[in-house]
Design a protein around this ligand. Structure first.
Ligand code: SF4
Length: 400
């Protein structure tokens, strides 16, 4: 079973691959549904394909907007370009884009996006008959429904989301952002109004709000928890799915790397008939997240999928930098956030067994002068007299 990770930009793509993804999904600067993530220029897309294929990984490109007439003339050139550089699949939701892809880039397999809301075996069969290679099932399915689709259409590849943000509406088919902010989710511009705090106002007194309460909690009436199916992995593997996907092209490369390596390690342990230990699950609490839910997996229960008190993220750890160079006695860190001499930091690596905790006893700036704290966007040196593996990411527990 493939582990598929998000790649909001080239840097995140590299970390997703280095931390264990079998495949990544990303977008060009047009026609994907995450207009606000970095996205990749044509030159970067070429580099991304080369990087993934050199590492024997796959790269899928989202072309999953609901296209309007103005988009149609621009799509053939883009699809032909993606075919030329050898991407491994398109992720598509719109039947019009699907037919353009078949016509102008027939060599590239098509995965039907979760935005297409495939919720039944009949719908999966329809797309299979059209020539789709894979269906990314709607998030709103239970495992028993997924098993039935698997059984009825054994030859189509099936993919599900296992981790990340959820929508209150059907897999992103949502007008809230268009309605309240004139920014369409279906064109990649969602401003997440489902996370806003709502109140009730009387028409002639617009600045006086009555509290909107649900069961004595709060007024985040549309706020979904984040999906986490780590505890269900064994059942997912037994169902014979082809791919599991992590949401989060807008998240940091620390988030992508840590969630990817956690699922990768869990898949490995399960395949060796080992139990997934609690410290592995804990890693998913060390990235910024909302409360977790298993969504629709067993059956839908709004009490366990929605969180009414607040929509802010739980953040116990801060991403403070990445290791850009090492030698046998020092590490060099590109700093993103401040820390001080005397702080305890943690360094994570693609192989969790290499993770380190370190109390900072020395710190030097780029000129080699001793300093007592770091400044963002600089490079610092720490002498540790120990050889460490490459691609370390540095974090700090901010609750201690
Ligand atoms: S407003 Fe919320 S529910 Fe609607 S598409 Fe955006 S994230 Fe999803």
């Amino acid at each position: 079973m493939e582990l598929l990770s998000p790649a909001g930009d080239l840097h995140k793509l590299k970390y997703a691959v280095l931390y264990g993804a079998d495949a990544v999904y990303t977008a060009g600067t047009q026609f994907g549904l995450r207009a606000k993530s970095g996205n990749l220029t044509r030159e970067e897309l070429k580099q991304a394909v080369e990087f993934c294929h050199n590492k024997k990984k796959k790269i899928y490109i989202t072309v999953n907007i609901f296209a309007h007439n103005k988009d149609i003339d621009k799509l053939p050139d883009y699809l032909q370009f993606l075919q030329l550089i050898g991407v491994d699949a398109f992720i598509i939701s719109d039947p019009g884009v699907f037919s353009l892809a078949r016509e102008f880039a027939p060599e590239i397999p098509i995965h039907i996006s979760t935005q297409a809301n495939v919720t039944s075996w009949k719908s999966a069969e329809f797309w299979f008959q059209q020539g789709a290679k894979r269906i990314i099932l709607a998030r709103e399915l239970s495992i028993s429904e997924i098993k039935k689709i698997r059984k009825k259409i054994p030859d189509i590849e099936l993919e599900i989301f296992v981790h990340g943000a959820m929508c209150i509406s059907y897999s992103g088919r949502c007008l809230l952002s268009s309605f309240l902010n004139n920014r369409s989710a279906n064109q990649g511009y969602c401003t997440q109004p489902c996370r806003w705090e709502y109140g009730l106002a009387e028409k002639t007194r617009p600045n006086e709000f009555f509290n909107l309460e649900e069961d004595d909690y709060g007024s985040y009436i549309l706020n979904s928890k984040d999906l986490c199916l780590l505890d269900k992995l064994s059942e997912i593997i037994d169902t014979g799915l082809d791919s599991i996907k992590i949401e989060g092209r807008m998240k940091s490369h620390y988030y992508v790397a840590n969630v990817t390596r956690t699922y990768k390690s869990a898949i490995k342990l399960i395949s060796e008939n080992e139990k997934v230990p609690n410290n592995l699950k804990e890693e998913l609490n060390k990235v910024s997240h909302r409360h977790y839910t298993e969504g629709f997996f067993d059956s839908f229960d709004s009490a366990t999928t929605q969180f009414y008190e607040s929509s802010t993220y739980i953040r116990d750890y801060q991403f403070i930098g990445e290791i850009v160079n090492t030698n046998k006695k020092s590490i060099f860190i590109a700093i993103r956030a401040k820390f001080n001499v005397g702080d305890e930091i943690e360094i994570i690596f693609p192989d969790m067994n290499s993770d380190l905790s370190l109390e900072i006893s020395n710190l030097y700036n780029e000129e080699g002068e001793p300093i007592s704290f770091t400044k963002p966007n600089t490079i610092v040196r720490i002498d540790i007299d120990k050889e460490i593996p490459p691609y370390g990411i540095v974090r700090k527990n901010i609750r201690k």
